[in-house]
Design a protein around this ligand. Structure first.
Ligand code: SAM
Length: 280
């Protein structure tokens, strides 16, 4: 069973967990557990109602105008041809489902994600304009209460003459049943305007600043699950904001990067001896 973090509990690790585990500080008890594995298989091993939030950026299976375009590699779909740094980054898998299988697969993992989430817990899933309708359908098919869409505007996004820029992504959010209003003490904004990161190790790496805002939807010390962790940005944000993290990543390459980044964030917190505050 994955332990639900108790602010005053001396426990730091899940005794059975595999992969990278590290203590943040002996006194403050968030935990980090970064698994190398396939999301659905790992989700099936987790206890019901054991995480406070699922905050994730799954493969979008997007790009292109027709089905054939979607099966192109992730560089062709998501990286500018003239981006030398982007084209040097490793590819990632799971991004070439056709529309029907993307919808079925999404509903499948979302229903497992619901099972492992505590009542009132939050789901936040990234998507793009093309997969937005399917994602809002899938979270409801998975049993979540759909609560809204948080647009993320990227001022440095690509523009194209004669067309409206597709320079937004979207965070579809929902809850595991009713959510009491007093779970967290603040009222977060429903819109973000943040550039994509200049320094990145993943084609679709999310900005740390954005993720730090998102994770505060859980109470301090709460456990956040990211079943498609990539380079572990959700986890780094969780660590910096004093939340526990359970990540899953299928790629060996990205799991290694996520493990390193989480260790660096943990080290930072250990050195400072206190949780940094959220930058406005
Ligand atoms: C969109 S990326 C996440 C990037 C992440 N937000 C970041 O900032 O680095 C999705 C990740 O999910 C991983 N993935 C794809 N299918 C998976 C699966 N079935 N189980 C676990 N991970 C998977 C991919 O390898 C990829 O790194």
């Amino acid at each position: 069973m994955y332990p639900h973090p108790e602010p005053d509990s001396p426990e730091t690790f899940a005794p059975w967990s595999r992969g990278c585990r590290m203590s943040l500080r002996e006194t403050h008890l968030p935990t980090v557990d970064m698994r190398h594995g396939e999301a659905l298989s790992v989700l099936s091993t987790l206890d019901a109602a054991s995480v406070d939030a699922v905050i994730t950026d799954p493969p979008y299976s997007s790009g292109g105008m027709v089905r054939g375009d979607r099966t192109a590699g992730v560089h062709a779909k998501y990286v500018r041809r003239d981006s030398r740094s982007g084209n040097r980054l490793a590819a990632f898998g799971g991004d070439n489902r056709d529309q029907r299988s993307f919808a079925y697969w999404s509903a499948l993992w979302l229903s497992e994600a619901l099972r492992v989430t505590t009542p009132g817990g939050v789901l936040a899933v990234f998507t793009d304009w093309r997969q937005l309708p399917t994602t809002t359908d899938a979270i409801q098919a998975g049993g979540w209460v759909w609560r809204g869409i948080v647009p993320w505007h990227k001022p440095n996004g690509r523009r194209c003459q004669g067309r409206f820029a597709n320079n937004c992504e979207y965070i579809v959010w929902g809850t595991c049943g009713p959510r009491p209003l007093n779970i967290v003490p603040h009222a977060p904004d429903g819109f973000f305007q943040i550039n994509t990161p200049r320094q990145r190790e993943h084609i679709t790496q999310k900005p740390l600043e954005l993720m730090r805002h998102l994770v505060t939807i859980t109470p301090a010390g709460g456990l956040i699950l990211d079943p498609f962790a990539g380079t572990g940005t959700t986890g780094v944000a969780a660590v910096l904001e004093g939340r526990s993290f359970l990540g899953v990543e299928a790629s060996d390459h990205f799991h290694t990067i996520a493990t390193r980044r989480l260790a660096e964030a943990t080290e930072l917190i250990d050195q400072r001896g206190e949780q940094p505050t959220l930058t406005p």
